[in-house]
Design a protein around this ligand. Structure first.
Ligand code: PRP
Ligand code: URA
Length: 224
């Protein structure tokens, strides 16, 4: 599904994705299941977002005969999760393309200003040659994604796609204003941001829920 007249936006409103996002939103979903769901949703979203990847023809032999068939040009791809929460999505993307090159960008939101603060950046030297898939489950104000793209571009990335799981309209608008040329894949478009710049209804703090750093009911109780 498209969004307004933004040509770059695709909302992946497949019932399986929607179903899994509903479970992700549920505050009783525990860390282990939450992680699993993020991975499964990323596989489903990635399947669609990687639809246009480059392929190359290779010769193989079936039990019947020799044949020339297409394979994905894995070396032309690069996944870049935004730490921390993007790591959960990277697991899913790597199920699709095992061994794919990964870069990492570390950003966290200042709790008062909601502005992103950069703390880490490690990207492949040949990033300008690659199709870069930036991944982060949450697009709230858009500040983190916009800064991450800025960092990617500074390091030479030329072809970038952004994949998220839940987005707020405010973040989509900001992202599309900044980068109308960058394809943006969204699992669910929510209603709005609240006064703390959290997405409503959203799922809460994705990094905390992925890594069990909340004090609420969502933590798995350790056996030992
Ligand atoms: C979350 C999320 C995004 C960012 C989105 O990360 O994973 O990176 O917020 O918000 P924005 O669109 O308003 O910038 P967070 O800052 O909580 O860091 P964490 O993953 O390390 O917890
Ligand atoms: N980051 C999150 O983890 N959740 C939100 O709702 C907004 C930003």
């Amino acid at each position: 599904m498209a969004y307004k007249n933004y040509q770059n936006v695709t909302i992946l409103d497949h019932p399986l994705i929607t179903h899994k996002i509903t479970k992700l939103r549920d505050k009783t979903t525990k860390t282990s299941e939450f992680k699993m769901l993020v991975k499964e949703i990323s596989v489903l979203e990635g399947y669609e977002a990687l639809r246009h990847v480059d392929t190359a023809m290779v010769e193989i032999e079936t039990p019947i005969e020799k044949t020339v068939q297409p394979v994905v040009k894995r070396k032309s791809l690069c996944f870049v999760p935004i730490l921390r929460a993007g790591l959960g999505m990277a697991d899913g993307m790597l199920e699709l393309v095992p061994g794919c090159t990964c870069g990492h960008i570390g950003l966290y939101r200042n709790e008062e200003t909601h502005q992103p603060v950069e703390y880490y950046c490690k990207l492949p030297a040949d990033i300008s040659e690659k199709d870069v898939y930036l991944i982060d489950p949450m697009l709230a104000t858009g500040g983190s994604a916009i800064d991450a793209v800025k960092m990617l571009k500074k390091h030479g990335a030329r072809r970038i796609t952004f994949i998220c799981i839940i987005a707020a309209p405010e973040g989509v608008e900001a992202f599309c204003k900044a980068y109308p040329e960058i394809p943006l894949y969204i699992g669910a478009l929510d209603r709005c941001l609240n006064e703390n710049a959290y997405i409503c209804p959203g799922l809460g703090d994705c990094g905390d829920r992925t890594f069990g750093t909340t004090n609420g009911t969502t933590e798995d109780r350790p056996i030992i």
